[in-house]
Design a protein around this ligand. Structure first.
Ligand code: NAP
Ligand code: F7E
Length: 491
C-alpha cells in the first residue's frame, strides 16, 4: 500500500522541501492549507498537480479531525506555525494559539481519529534561548526568550506528553536555523569519470549513484533530483549553436545578463558554454542530447560562425508533460552546448535575516538600493540547508521508537559573518552598505545558538551536506538571478 503523509504548513519553506522529498520516496502527499483570499503557492507551484491540497487550520480542531478522517494519512508532519520570532512580540496570543495550542489540537485529532498515525513536531532551537549549555543537545534545559520560543516549548512538551500518555508515535525535531535555494536542471553529466549528454529525465531517475553536471564553467555535484508534471506552456528558444525548451519562467543566461525564457527575444544572444573535456564519452555520446541540447548537442558550438548563440526563433507552445530538475551545488547547469540556467525563487521568507541579506545584496548589486538596514549583528546562529533537514524529519518517523532529536550543523556564525560572506561573494565590502536600525533589535535576544547533532547522526544516520559558505553563495546567486529576472521582466 502506498504510504500517505499529511503536511501542515506545506506552503512554507520546509513544507515545500518535505513535499518534494516525500513524493520522491513514493508517498501520496496531502497538504493542509488554511483558507485565504489569495493563493500562496509560490513554493509548491512546481509540484502542485502531484499533491492533494485540503483546507484546515491549526486554530480549528474540527477542521483537523475532518482532514484526518477524509484523508487517512499514516504520517503527519506538523510544520505549520507562526514562525517569525519578531512577530511573536506583536502577536503573542495568536502565536500561542497557533504554535503552541495548534500542536495539541493536531495531537488530539490524531488520538481521536487514528492513534496509529505517526507524528512529527517541528520544534526549534529557539527553545534553548538564553543557552544553559554549549553546544545544545536533546538534554539541554530550555530557557526561551520570545513568545515564539515559549510557544515552541509548549508544543514540544505536549508532544512528549501525548507520547507518554497515549502511546502515540510522536517525535520532535529540534531544528536549528536552516535556509534554502532553488533546484537547477542539467543535461551534461559525468558519472564514474565518463562524460555524457543524457536526457534530463534519465539523470533525474537514477537517484542512487553520485552524479556531477557541467554548469558552463566546471563540474558541480548534483545534490537533489526531481521530476514534476507541468501543464501550461513551454518556451522553445532556437539559436546559432544552441537550442533549449523550458518553462517560461526558467532563467536563461544571455551574453548581456540573465532573463526568464519568456522575456528572451529574437536577436538576443545566449551565452554558449565551452564544452567539458570529454576524457571518456559515453556509448551514445553527444548524439543523445535532445530537448535541452537539440541540434547543438549533435554538432557542437559553431565556433567561428557569425554570432554564435544568437536567437533566431522564440516559440511558446502548449505543454502537458513531465519536467525534471536537478539541484546542483553551484546552482546552475549547462544544456547541450548553450548554457541554460533554470531556477525557482529561493524559498526562505524575506523577513528572516539570511534571506534579507542575500536579497539585499542582490538589490544593491542591481543598483536598486544602497543600504541594507539590519538589527543585532552580533547574534550567532547555527545555519544549515533546509533540504538536508527534511530528510531527518522523515527518518525520525521511520524509527521503531519515537524520540526527540537535535538537527544542527554544529557550527555557529554571527549575522556580521553572514554579511561579510554575502557581500564578499559579489566583491563588495559589507561595512559600506550595512546600517543598524533600532527597529530590528528584539526586546530580548538569543545571543548564540549552536547545536550538537551527534544523536541524530548516530541513531538516524543523518548527515547534513551543505556548509555555510556554499549556502551563502547559493542564496546570493539565486537572489542575483531573481532580481535581474524581475528587472528584465519590468523592462
Ligand atoms: P514558514 O515558511 O513560516 O511556514 C509556516 C507555514 O505555516 C506556512 O505554510 C503557513 O501558511 C502555515 N500556517 C501558519 N499559521 C497557520 C494556521 N493557523 N493553520 C494552518 N497553517 C498555518 O516556516 P518554515 O521555515 O517552513 O518552518 C517550518 C516549521 O519549522 C515551523 O513550525 C517553524 O516554527 C519550525 N522551525 C523552522 C526553522 C527554520 O529555520 N526554518 C527552525 C526551527 C523550527 P501560510 O502560507 O498560509 O502563511
Ligand atoms: O533572526 C538577528 C536577529 O529572524 C536571526 C525561524 O525560522 O530560526 C528562525 O528564527 C538573528 C536574530 O531567525 C535582523 O535578532 C539582525 O538574532 O533570521 P531570524 P530566528 O529568529 O533565529 C529559528 C530556529 C526558528 O525556529 C524560527 O521559526 O538575526 N537579526 N538583524 C535580524 N533578524 C531579522 N529577521 N531581521 C533583521 O534585520
Amino acid at each position: 500500500m502506498r504510504r500517505r503523509a499529511l503536511i501542515t504548513g506545506i506552503t512554507g519553506q520546509d513544507g515545500s522541501y518535505l513535499a518534494e522529498f516525500l513524493l520522491e520516496q513514493g508517498y501520496e502527499v496531502v497538504g493542509m492549507l488554511r483558507r485565504s483570499s489569495t493563493v500562496n503557492f509560490e513554493r509548491i507551484a512546481h509540484i502542485q498537480d502531484r499533491l492533494r491540497l485540503v483546507t484546515g487550520d491549526l486554530l480549528d480542531e474540527v477542521s483537523m479531525i475532518n482532514v484526518l478522517r477524509e484523508n487517512r494519512p499514516t504520517e503527519v508532519y506538523n510544520l505549520a506555525a507562526q514562525s517569525f520570532v519578531q512577530t511573536s512580540w506583536s502577536q503573542p496570543v495568536l502565536t500561542g494559539e497557533t504554535t503552541a495550542l495548534g500542536v495539541t489540537r493536531m495531537l488530539d485529532a490524531i488520538r481521536v481519529v487514528d492513534p496509529e498515525i505517526r507524528f512529527y513536531q517541528a520544534s526549534s532551537s529557539e527553545m534553548f534561548g538564553k543557552v544553559q549549555e554549549v553546544p545544545q543537545r536533546e538534554t539541554t534545559p530550555f530557557y526561551p526568550r520570545s513568545p515564539y520560543g515559549v510557544a515552541k516549548v509548549y508544543g514540544h512538551w505536549i508532544t512528549v506528553n501525548y507520547r507518554e500518555s497515549y502511546g502515540l508515535h510522536a517525535s520532535s525535531g529540534i531544528s536549528f536555523n536552516h535556509e534554502s535555494v532553488p533546484p537547477a536542471t542539467p543535461v551534461v553529466v559525468r558519472r564514474d569519470g565518463c562524460v555524457d549528454i543524457v536526457p534530463i529525465g534519465e539523470a533525474a531517475r537514477s537517484s542512487a549513484e553520485p552524479l556531477e553536471v557541467w554548469d558552463g564553467d566546471g563540474w558541480t555535484p548534483v545534490t537533489a533530483r526531481s521530476t514534476y508534471w507541468h501543464e501550461g506552456e513551454s518556451v522553445s528558444l532556437r539559436a546559432r549553436g544552441a537550442a533549449i525548451e523550458c518553462t517560461p519562467e526558467h532563467v536563461v543566461i544571455l551574453a548581456s545578463g540573465e532573463r526568464p525564457a519568456e522575456a528572451v527575444r529574437a536577436g538576443d544572444r545566449l551565452r554558449l558554454s565551452p564544452r567539458p573535456e570529454p576524457a571518456l564519452v559515453g556509448p551514445e555520446g553527444l548524439a543523445r542530447a535532445r530537448g535541452g541540447g537539440g541540434d547543438a548537442g549533435r554538432r557542437g558550438p559553431l565556433e567561428g560562425a557569425e554570432a554564435p548563440g544568437q536567437v533566431f526563433s522564440v516559440e511558446r507552445r502548449p505543454y502537458r508533460g513531465w519536467m525534471c530538475d536537478l539541484e546542483t551545488e553551484s546552482g546552475r547547469f549547462a544544456a547541450g552546448v548553450g548554457l541554460v540556467v533554470v531556477h525557482n525563487s529561493p524559498r526562505r521568507g524575506l523577513e528572516f535575516v539570511t534571506r534579507k541579506i542575500s536579497h539585499g545584496v542582490a538589490r544593491i548589486v542591481a543598483g536598486l538600493d544602497r543600504h541594507l538596514a539590519l538589527g543585532n549583528l552580533e547574534a550567532q546562529r547555527d545555519w544549515g540547508y533546509a533540504a538536508d533537514y527534511v530528510r531527518a524529519m522523515w527518518l525520525m518517523l521511520q524509527q521503531d521508537q519515537p524520540s526527540d532529536y537535535v538537527m544542527a550543523t554544529g557550527r555557529t556564525h554571527s549575522v556580521r559573518d553572514f554579511c561579510e560572506l554575502a557581500f564578499g561573494h559579489v566583491g563588495l565590502e559589507w561595512r559600506d552598505h550595512v546600517i543598524v536600525d533600532e527597529r530590528y533589535i528584539r526586546p530580548a535576544e538569543v545571543d548564540v545558538l549552536v547545536g550538537d547533532p551527534s544523536r541524530a547522526e548516530a541513531i538516524l544516520g543523518w548527515r547534513r551536506e551543505v556548509g555555510l559558505p556554499e549556502l551563502v553563495a547559493m542564496m546570493v546567486d539565486a537572489d542575483l538571478r531573481l532580481v535581474r529576472g524581475e528587472e528584465a521582466v519590468r523592462g
